[in-house]
Design a protein around this ligand. Structure first.
Ligand code: GLA
Length: 371
């Protein structure tokens, strides 16, 4: 991976080519994220446990003398600019004023579309860059909300707050235990001792992700309607045994995942606080199985990667992370064997799926910042 200085240099040089020389732009960073546990429950009022990554998005920005807003990106194609445009829209709608136009150039080292929240990273980096450049002083929690709004209303993905909150509120070596119902949160130190978190990219394109994502959200809303009386329970994550009365088998299994994942997340936080990594690892495995069997958002490639990891000595746990249907697996692995685990798992994965998987070391990254 390129380091920050190299990326900054590359971005500055590219900026001068794209926008011509002038006052040097300012450069801002926001990371990607992985979710340690608490999957698909952020839109069900549950608890989640993500952390930000030190891989992320860099935004170079310079104000203009006119009102034009110009967007360019290194290495991104298609309609990527809907993310920064959506953020500008959300910021203006919230009543903030941008007193001039700007030139913006985006780069970074986060793999795009791999399920590490490249979109939330781009949104938060843009919002933070605009907030700093135009002196808006938008609090980070509000940045997270505005970016979620941009994604829901402008980009059209009905996501919860998990990704944007993790990226906006990330801290070095800390996971964030977030109650998505109240937005109360607490930092949980990542004391992994002789273990480390590895991210395995399946390289499987996440084609079905947004249609199936919205389908799961609908199913959860229907499941809640089956059991809710006079507004109680107020969320599916807090429904507990009430879900036993759901007669539709599909809705029941969706609800079962949500309620059990909520319980696993609460347990995981307690275990991480007392450094019981073995027990946390077992919860990761159970979380994956629940996402596979009850919530049905895994896929052959994610399952294969996990199964290969589960067979290795020194692997405490492994699970898919993010929306699913492709993307990444995270694994908690003993440092002394991690190299051989990576080699063995990626080779077996390739034999079975014919895909070249990849592994990233997961360094839990810091907050959005100016570089
Ligand atoms: C995507 C969404 C998040 C969350 C996860 C699943 O990353 O953007 O809001 O729902 O999937 O946990």
């Amino acid at each position: 991976m390129e380091n920050t200085i190299t990326i900054k240099q590359r971005l500055l040089e590219a900026f001068n080519v794209v926008y011509l020389h002038g006052v040097a732009p300012r450069i801002f960073f926001a990371g990607g994220r992985v979710n340690l546990i608490g999957e698909h429950i952020d839109y069900n009022g549950g608890h989640v446990l993500p952390c930000a990554l030190d891989l992320g998005t860099y935004v170079a920005i310079r104000t203009r003398h006119d009102q034009r807003k110009v967007y360019h990106a290194l290495g991104a194609t298609g309609d990527w600019d809907k993310y920064p445009r959506g953020v500008v829209n959300a910021i203006l709608q919230a009543g903030y004023k941008l007193n001039s136009g700007f030139d913006l150039l985006v780069g970074g080292d986060l793999p795009l579309g791999a399920g590490l929240s490249s979109s939330a990273s781009l949104e938060v980096a843009t919002a933070f860059a605009l907030s700093s450049t135009f002196g808006l002083d938008i609090p980070l929690v509000e940045i997270a909300r505005l970016c979620q709004k941009a994604e829901n209303e402008y980009v059209g993905v009905n996501c919860g707050i998990l990704d944007q909150f993790a990226v906006a509120m990330g801290k070095d070596s800390q996971a964030i235990y977030l109650d998505t119902n109240t937005l109360e949160y607490e930092y949980v130190p990542m004391n992994l001792g002789e273990h480390e978190l590895l991210i395995f990219d399946t390289k499987k394109k996440r084609e079905l992700a947004s249609s199936k994502y919205n389908e799961r959200r609908d199913e959860c809303e229907q499941a809640l309607k089956c059991i809710q009386r006079d507004g109680v329970p107020n969320s599916l994550a807090s429904a507990g045994d009430l879900i036993d009365s759901i007669t539709n088998p599909i809705l029941y299994r969706r609800a079962k995942h949500v309620v059990s994942e909520e319980a696993r997340t609460k347990k995981a936080v307690a275990l991480l606080k007392c450094c019981d990594l073995g027990a946390y690892g077992r919860l990761m495995n159970l979380s994956h199985l629940s996402l596979k069997n009850d919530y049905e958002v895994s896929c052959f490639e994610l399952d294969t990667m996990c199964e290969q990891l589960w067979q290795c000595d020194g692997v405490l746990g492994a699970r898919m992370t993010g929306a699913g249907f492709g993307g990444c697996v995270i694994a908690l692995v003993k440092k002394s064997v991690s190299e051989s685990v990576v080699e063995r798992v990626l080779a077996a994965y390739k034999d079975i799926t014919h895909l070249e998987g990849l592994c990233y070391r997961c360094t839990v990254g810091g907050e959005p910042r100016e570089i």
